[in-house]
Structure formats: structure tokens, C-alpha cells
Design a protein around this ligand. Structure first.
Ligand code: URA
Length: 441
């Protein structure tokens, strides 16, 4: 089969078969299909789209390009969660323990981050001794023992996605709905869970700028899940400001612990309860998402979620004193306020810009080789809807690099959009897509 014919077929808007899609992906991985041919194919997909059947075949071909994690040694229905990206997103650290305490096995493989702040694995380095390098056997045994384990990603999952993504990045084909949907779902399916809950962000800081676009992406991913036998639910959430107040590794762990103590920011708590309720429902531990939510609220209130985090830390060799005394986490030596220059109300906080400021202060990696400063980051003291007077502290910077303070200060100031008209704090949960329904709130 010639790549040329498949490019032509897609360019003319015809539907490709399972065999044709498999040949293209396998050929690309073996070197028989060149980068320029694949680039032309991706551009044809960008303009002509893909049918649900094609999108699901593409996803399966990407999954089959690498290893598929076998979690069958874990008892119970394993539910994974994925977020399409967010600044200040520490939900895994809150959700994992809550959902595990409800009896759903949480087998979480996470990565180290490239970008604004570290990934979940970097964040967990803030807890002294916490070991995320688990063998497959330890990982499975830990989940069976206490219902939760968080380990670094091992194995070669969905290598075709890495190769395709790198090509999309330089050929203006990243923002194609079937390509995003297959990219995200291939990695989740290869990671081995039985069902998947997605947090699809909409807003200025997200891939999908509008709720409608986010719903369309969610529909495509839920449909792939149905077609490959992994039930999927997607919650559409607002991303017009960072999630919670903390952006930076050790600060985010502290905020997650506070959340499990019942003292978390409202948006973080609400998001974790909402995503968690769908995980618990899909994990067959409640008859409906509403019942699951009541269960999780109780688990949060009576401290079972915090207790589960303590077990997780202990089981993976971490120092449990960090749970009771988060002040033990790494601390920066420079702590500097950012002041508002105008009076008014916070209308928006450009999440991307706050993320870049956190990275400037040392919280993230610009390249794979960069070292993360776990203590660096930003704590927002004002969020959308808050009234500010010139001179009020809107955020606090933490860093060990004095030279970066002025630049980060300017980025944070610019990220805050302050207007004269009163603004309400935004609705966080904007929609829900499941195999049975699509709701926009
Ligand atoms: N995240 C992914 O993993 N893939 C995409 O294509 C876009 C966002």
C-alpha cells in the first residue's frame, strides 16, 4: 500500500479503513513512510477531519505501536484520570487518596513535567524519601494492599504518539480534534485502566478556548473509549485562571494536603469532588455520580482521604511527618509580594503567563536537563471576582534566584486583568459528556 494513495484518499475526504490506518502508522514507525508524507497526511486530516471509526482505529494503531501496561493483577475496576493540562493542577494528589479511600483501585503512572511546574512525580519529590521508582510487581502489590500507588512512567507507551506529536508541533497540525483525541486516548489506553475520567479544560489557558470546542473534543474522546471498550466520561472545566492558589511543586503538595484536611481552595475541592464522583461511579462503588459525591464528601470530612494519603506516603517510603507538618517541605529563601498597581476587580488571570512566571522563578523545566527548584513558585492571593486596591498583594513569589524576581514580578502583574466592573467568580464545572449524555451547565 502506498502512502501516496492514503494521503490522496484523505485529501479527497474519503474514509480510510482500519487496515489503511494501521499500514500508515506501522509504516511511519518502521521508516517506510517519511516525515514529509506523514506531514501531508496530518494536514489532510486537519482539513478533512476523521470519522469516529477512523479516529478510534488511529488510536488503536498508536496504542499498538508500543507496550500496553497489564494491570490485570490488580483486583477491582481500575479507573484512570487525565487532565488536558492546567496551571496549578494538583488534583491527582487529592483525588487519588479520596477515590482510593472509597474503594476504587488507583494505579497512577505519572510523569516528570517539562514546562511551568513539574509533573506529579516531581511534586512528590517534595516529600522526603517518597519513592516513585517502583517495579511493576511493587506497583501492583501496593495497589492491592492499600488501593493506591503512584509511580513514574516506565515502558515504551504509545511511541507513535511521541513521533507524531513532534511532527504536528512543527507542521501547524496540533490543534486538530481527531489528532488531539487520539493522542490523549492512546496514552490512557496503553496505561491499562478499565475506565477513564477526563478533565477537559476550556478557556484562555487551555487548548480549547470555548466550551463548544471542549465539548466536541470530549465527545470524540468518549466515543473512542466506547469503541475500544474503555468507558470514558469527560468533565468540561473552566481554565480562565490557575487552579487553586499554589503554582510550584512543594507549594502544590502543601495545598493538596490542606485540601484533604478540609482547608483547600474552593475550586480545587470542587473539581476533585466532581472528577472523583465520576471515578467512583465508573469504579462501581456507587449507584450514581450523585451518590458517589456524597460518599466522597463524607470521606473528605471525616479525614479518611487524608489517612489514605498518609498510608500512600508511608507505603512508598516517604516521611509521614510532612503530612502533619507541611512546613517541613523545601522552602525558598526569597519570598516577595507582588502588588496591584490598579484599583478594581480581578476579571481574569492568564494561567499560561502565571505558569511561565513560576518557571522563571525555578519551578519548571525549560529543557529536559533543567533542574527543578521544588521550593520555587507562586501563591496567588487574589482570584477572579476579588476586589483589589492599588498596593494590595495579589501574589507571593518564592525563589532562590534573586535575579529572576523582577522579570517574574512583571509577568505576574501583566497576567492579572483588573477592570472597573464587578466580576463574579467563574463557574468551574461547565459541562459533562458521558456515553449516554452531553450536558452544558
Ligand atoms: N495533549 C496530548 O497529549 N496530545 C495532544 O495532541 C494535545 C494535548
Amino acid at each position: 500500500m502506498r502512502a501516496y494513495d492514503l494521503i490522496l484518499k484523505k485529501r479527497n475526504g474519503q474514509e480510510l479503513t482500519k487496515f489503511e490506518i494501521e499500514s500508515l502508522i506501522n509504516g511511519y514507525m518502521s521508516g517506510n513512510v517519511t516525515d514529509y508524507q506523514m506531514a501531508a497526511f496530518l494536514m489532510a486530516v486537519f482539513f478533512k477531519g476523521m470519522t469516529p471509526a477512523e479516529t478510534s482505529e488511529l488510536t488503536t494503531a498508536i496504542v499498538n505501536s508500543g507496550e500496553i501496561v497489564d494491570l490485570s493483577g490488580i483486583t477491582g475496576r481500575k479507573i484512570d484520570k487525565h487532565s488536558t493540562g492546567g496551571v496549578g493542577d494538583k488534583t491527582t494528589l487529592v483525588l487519588g487518596p479520596l477515590v482510593a479511600a472509597a474503594g476504587v483501585p488507583v494505579a497512577k503512572m505519572s510523569g516528570r513535567g517539562l514546562g511551568h511546574t513539574g509533573g506529579t512525580i516531581d511534586k512528590l519529590d517534595s516529600i522526603k524519601g517518597f519513592n516513585t521508582s517502583l517495579s511493576k510487581e511493587e506497583f501492583i502489590a501496593n495497589v492491592n494492599k492499600i488501593k493506591i500507588a503512584i509511580g513514574g512512567q516506565t515502558g515504551n507507551l504509545a511511541p507513535a504518539d511521541k513521533k507524531l506529536y513532534a511532527l504536528r508541533d512543527v507542521t501547524a497540525t496540533v490543534d486538530s480534534l481527531p489528532l488531539i483525541a487520539s493522542s490523549i486516548m492512546s496514552k490512557k489506553i496503553a496505561a491499562g485502566a478499565d475506565a477513564i475520567v477526563l478533565d477537559v479544560k476550556a478557556g484562555s489557558g487551555a487548548f480549547m478556548k470555548t466550551v463548544n470546542d471542549a465539548v466536541e473534543l470530549a465527545k470524540a474522546m468518549v466515543q473512542i473509549g466506547s469503541l475500544v471498550g474503555r468507558e470514558t466520561a469527560a468533565v468540561i472545566t473552566d481554565m480562565d485562571q490557575p487552579l487553586g492558589n499554589a503554582v510550584g511543586n512543594s507549594m502544590e503538595v502543601t495545598e493538596a494536603i490542606n485540601c484533604l484536611k478540609g482547608n483547600g481552595p474552593d475550586d480545587l475541592t470542587e473539581l476533585c469532588l466532581t472528577l472523583g464522583s465520576h471515578m467512583v461511579f465508573l469504579g462501581d462503588k456507587a449507584g450514581s455520580p450523585e451518590e458517589a459525591r456524597s460518599l466522597l464528601e463524607k470521606i473528605l470530612q471525616d479525614g479518611q482521604g487524608l489517612e489514605k494519603l498518609r498510608q500512600l506516603v508511608e507505603n512508598q517510603g516517604g516521611d509521614v511527618r510532612f503530612i502533619d507538618e507541611p512546613e517541613l517541605m523545601p522552602k525558598a529563601d526569597q519570598i516577595v509580594d507582588v502588588k496591584a498597581s490598579d484599583n478594581g476587580y480581578v476579571k481574569r488571570i492568564e494561567a499560561e503567563q502565571i505558569g511561565l512566571a513560576a518557571m522563571t522563578l525555578g519551578a519548571g523545566r525549560e529543557t529536559k536537563e533543567s533542574e527543578i527548584d521544588l521550593s520555587a513558585g507562586i501563591v496567588l492571593t487574589k482570584k477572579i471576582g476579588d476586589k483589589v486596591t492599588a498596593g494590595d498583594t495579589i501574589a507571593v513569589m518564592h525563589t532562590n534566584n534573586r535575579e529572576k524576581i523582577a522579570a517574574a514580578n512583571q509577568m505576574i502583574t501583566e497576567a492579572f486583568v483588573i477592570t472597573q466592573e464587578k466580576t463574579d467568580s467563574p463557574k468551574l464545572i461547565l459541562g459533562l459528556v458521558t456515553k449516554d449524555k452531553v450536558e452544558v451547565f
